[in-house]
Design a protein around this ligand. Structure first.
Ligand code: G
Ligand code: MN
Length: 270
């Protein structure tokens, strides 16, 4: 899309950060058994004066200023820690985990776990698992950064680690459903070596695998990961996810990304 080029200019992005146009929405993730929201994912949006609400893949694609990416990443983590503290303290009987997406550039930072530890303390975020960090499959398995060395101290703080968009690359390249299933089950194998709690299966995988998706979910369970179905948009998708054995689901059928007041409302109505 061409507007990507228009809006990705870095000076613009820095200005957007400075003047509060980069906002955070929150999307609940539910347990499939009960439909109870147990996570909320913090999602970055650019509330652009001319282009409206933009998603990160519309404005971060060309932003190769890694320092700026990390500054933007921190703005999300900082607010998420504050919300996690507030929601846990206000509703200890309904513990919710606030999850944040971490870029490879951000995960690479030596100071990451130290700063997160301070944020948890400063915001009185009670442990364990009041926060989670989502890293893409590509980031986890990349050789360039030592993901395990960065994830281990982070997880030792009592936060969860989530693998995001799992299988997206394989789904884009594999020939047929059985090849895709085998590729994805193989991709799970190296993940054993990492400190992980949850895996989010890309919606393209769920669509392309059809029947074979339950094998993938079972393989993930066998290495002690809870599994999220992404992009659940209708009742059929809910049924499929339940039949395949998924633990959790995220998607417009249940909840759309919304301002934090929406999450406050969920506590009222449960
Ligand atoms: O990959 P990640 O977990 O970061 O995905 C979050 C993104 O997916 C958000 O930008 C969110 O708006 C989008 N999203 C969430 N639910 C749905 C859905 O049901 N359908 C589609 N198409 N996108 C969704
Ligand atoms: Mn995510």
């Amino acid at each position: 899309m061409d507007r990507r080029k228009d809006v990705a200019a870095e000076s613009d992005l820095q200005r957007a950060l400075d003047c509060g146009e980069l906002i955070r929405l929150y999307q609940p993730i539910v347990e499939l058994e009960s439909w109870a929201p147990v996570y909320v994912e913090a999602l970055l949006r650019w509330d652009h004066p001319d282009h409206g609400l933009l998603t990160p893949d519309e404005f971060l694609v060309d932003a190769d200023d890694s320092a700026l990416l990390v500054r933007i990443g921190w703005s999300v983590v900082i607010e998420a820690a504050r919300r996690a503290g507030e929601w846990r303290l206000a509703h200890p009987e309904r513990p919710i985990t606030v999850s944040v997406n971490l870029s490879a550039e951000h995960l690479e930072k030596r100071e990451l776990s130290g700063r997160v530890e301070r944020l948890l303390l400063d915001n009185l975020v009670p442990g364990p698992n009041a926060m989670a960090f989502e890293v893409s499959e590509r980031t986890v398995l990349s050789r360039r950064i030592r993901a395990r060395d960065r994830l281990t101290p982070l997880r030792n703080l009592g936060v969860e680690i989530v693998v995001d968009d799992f299988g997206a690359t394989a789904a884009a390249t594999a020939a047929g459903p059985s090849e895709l299933r085998d590729t994805i089950v193989e991709l799970l194998e190296p993940l054993r070596a990492f400190p992980l709690d949850v895996i989010k299966l890309d919606s393209s995988v769920v669509h392309r695998l059809d029947g074979g998706v339950s094998d993938v979910v079972a393989a993930a369970h066998s290495i002690d990961l809870r599994v999220v179905a992404l992009g659940v948009e209708d009742e059929v998708a809910v049924e499929r996810a339940r039949d395949a054995g998924f633990d959790l689901a995220q998607g417009f059928f249940f909840h759309r990304p919304a301002p934090p007041a929406y999450v406050d409302g969920l506590f009222e109505h449960r």
